[in-house]
Design a protein around this ligand. Structure first.
Ligand SMILES: [Fe+2]
Length: 249
């Protein structure tokens, strides 16, 4: 599996404080079958991570992983707050490109309220041939009330990332049902951990894969789509879900 949202870098945001904890996140993820992790530190007012800092920490963590023989590849990235998009240069934005792809950027979706400028930003980024990946909208109360509000953004070219802990119910029922609704309605494209600590409940994706209860769809969400993102390839077609197949009969 490929995990494209993780605060695995040490000492830069609200993720792990030390590189030992970063290694532990990687160890737990590896044990669940995760082979690639995008390091996506916050880029926002309270954690104004610079691209150079992220790159240095990715290099340090890669070296440590190799030394410890942990079979996980860490790649660059960032979780960009929407109000930071206008502050970042084109060069910065491509350095924060998700999983090392300069044509994809992970956008932080707020937990409350609807970000008014998001529509305009999705349009602007798509026009610049950058695909916005919207992080965990299922945790937002407005999306929980009406998941269809995301459809215009998806139609405009955005991809949607669901957090694993939402799907398996750890974050609560509202996030869980929104996550299922988004996946069921074709409004979600990838699963990621959004891990901040080595806690076993945070580091992996397996609980969410089990919750999806459809191995073909789970593979698309955890491997095929993230692989297409990091290799800048077209997003593969979403497999038919069991629900749809059942509906058709
Ligand atoms: Fe995050």
């Amino acid at each position: 599996m490929i995990d494209l949202h993780s605060h695995i870098l040490p000492g830069v945001d609200d993720g792990p404080a030390t590189i030992e904890e970063s290694l532990e996140i990687a160890r737990r993820a590896a044990a669940e079958g995760v082979r690639v992790i995008a390091a996506t530190p916050h880029v926002r007012d309270d954690y104004p991570t610079e691209a150079g800092t992220m790159e240095r920490l990715v290099a340090e963590l890669r070296a440590a992983l190799q030394l410890e023989q942990i079979p996980v590849e860490v790649r660059p990235g960032g979780e960009i707050a929407i109000d930071w998009l206008e502050r970042l240069s084109a060069d910065d934005l491509s350095r924060f490109g998700l999983g090392g792809s300069p044509r994809h950027v992970l956008l932080e979706f707020p937990y409350a309220g609807w970000p008014l400028s998001l529509h305009e930003w999705v349009f602007q980024l798509v026009t610049r041939e950058i695909t916005p990946v919207i992080a965990h909208p299922e945790r937002n109360a407005e999306v929980q009330r009406n998941p269809e509000e995301l459809r215009p953004l998806v139609d405009a070219g955005a991809l949607v990332q669901i957090t694993a802990a939402s799907l398996d119910g750890r974050i609560g029922r509202s996030s869980q049902s929104a996550a299922f609704e988004l996946i069921g309605n074709g409004l979600a494209h990838l699963l990621a951990s959004d891990a901040h600590t080595p806690d076993v409940r945070e580091a992996g994706l397996l609980g969410a894969v089990e919750a999806v209860a459809d191995p073909v769809l789970a593979r698309w969400l955890t491997l095929e789509v993230p692989m297409a993102i990091i290799t800048d390839a077209p997003i593969p077609r979403r497999p038919e879900t069991r629900k749809r197949r059942r509906l058709r009969r």
